[in-house]
Design a protein around this ligand. Structure first.
Ligand SMILES: NC(=O)c1ccc[n+]([C@@H]2O[C@H](COP(=O)([O-])OP(=O)(O)OC[C@H]3O[C@@H](n4cnc5c(N)ncnc54)[C@H](O)[C@@H]3O)[C@@H](O)[C@H]2O)c1
Length: 344
């Protein structure tokens, strides 16, 4: 069995990646998630969909001793995917120290464990926010990184830098930073999706909760950006596509196909969609009208960002396969299952 440890395995992207990893009977998945933004039921959902369980340790990755015990209990871990982080842009503006402490200390601890327990392959959940306010689109991996527009974004930028300095002295570890654009949607089964414990900040859960009447009205942040319709342009990407990319990135490292010991790869669809277009796609697949208003800009948001995804194709043999309507349809199926108690 190949043992893979994922931090944040009960979170949105971690749980979908666990399902994809478990579809390979040769892989055992160990998760470390303190459930600060998720619930223990997610591990059950993963098991239900995959037909095999992942074990979740309810441990804070910032707790070095407890994290080390997980590695002691599970010798021979071959790869680590580090998803665990706090991720709400607006909250990070209000609570910068909490974000720096959680996101950076957890990263330092997990890298330390990788070195100590001789884990050779490390994947980091980074973000397109590392590119900051960009001058040229689409964004390639050569686009210079800039100070991000929020403390959250800076934890990713500094996180990437920490990994770079660490890899330079590490005896064992090879790493990839996957820079996600905007992951949305849910598992095709409708049995797993985004269900944040804290107030949702990402567009799609706010859309589906508004459509369900849980949120009275959706606010589109900003209608005066220099874009087709004034709303922000984002590169939405189906979460199952993202999950598949992690499996490929892990295989790529494990097969020694990487040219450098630390590589950076964008994960996007390559297509920019405005927030208003995303809402229209939802209204079409759900067959209803959404109650929304266009409000002020949100601090920390950039106007337009979408990826050039050719490097992921070239290196990992991966490209996004699912479009915006499929993303919205899967998210809506998941929300309806939650509403009807089919999924818990
Ligand atoms: N969802 C996005 O739009 C997006 C975009 C770019 C990058 N990312 C990054 O991808 C990763 C996963 O994001 P997600 O959307 O699945 O978020 P999520 O909040 O659903 O999942 C993160 C998980 O990590 C856990 N966690 C947080 N801090 C922890 C700690 N100190 N110890 C143990 N567990 C901890 C949370 O409980 C949660 O289950 C994050 O690093 C995020 O910054 C997400």
């Amino acid at each position: 069995m190949t043992k893979i440890l994922i931090t944040g395995g009960c979170g949105y992207i971690g749980s979908h990646t666990a399902i994809e990893l478990l579809s390979n009977p040769e892989i055992e998945v160990i998760s470390v998630d303190n459930l600060i933004n998720s619930s223990a039921q997610t591990a059950d959902r993963v098991g239900q969909i995959a037909g095999r369980n992942m074990k979740n340790y309810q441990v804070d990755v910032c707790d070095k001793e407890a994290l080390s015990e997980v590695f002691e209990e599970n010798p021979g871990i071959e790869g680590v995917i580090h998803f665990a982080a706090l991720k709400a842009v607006g909250e990070s503006v209000e609570q910068p120290l909490r974000y720096y402490q959680n996101n950076l200390l957890s990263l330092i601890n997990i890298l330390d464990c990788c070195e100590k327990y001789e884990v050779k392959n490390f994947i980091f959940s980074s973000s397109c926010t590392v590119y900051g306010e960009i001058d040229q689109l689409p964004v390639t991996e050569q686009t210079p990184t800039k100070e991000a527009a929020s403390p959250y974004g800076n934890t990713k930028l500094v996180g990437e830098r920490i990994i770079k300095d660490f890899i330079a002295i590490s005896e064992n570890v090879n790493a990839i930073a996957l820079r996600y654009f905007n992951p949305v949607g849910a598992h095709d089964s409708g049995l797993n999706g985004e269900d944040p414990i804290n107030k949702p900040n990402n567009l799609v859960p706010v859309i589906t909760r508004t459509a369900s009447g849980m949120i009275p009205q959706l606010t589109v942040f900003g209608g005066d950006y220099a874009t087709r319709d004034g709303s922000c342009v984002r590169d939405y990407i189906h979460v199952v596509d993202i999950a598949e990319a992690h499996v490929k990135a892990l295989e790529y490292l494990m097969e020694g196909k990487n040219e450098d010991r630390y590589e950076y790869i964008n994960l996007g669809s390559g297509n920019g969609v405005t927030v208003l277009e995303a809402i229209q796609a939802f209204e079409k697949v759900a067959g209803l009208e959404l109650n929304y208003v266009v409000g002020d800009r949100r601090p920390g948001d950039v106007g337009a960002i979408y990826s050039d995804s050719s490097l992921a194709k070239e290196k990992l043999g991966w490209e996004a396969r699912r479009g915006i309507e499929e993303m919205m349809a899967s998210a809506w199926k998941w929300q309806m299952n939650l509403n009807e108690g089919v999924a818990v």
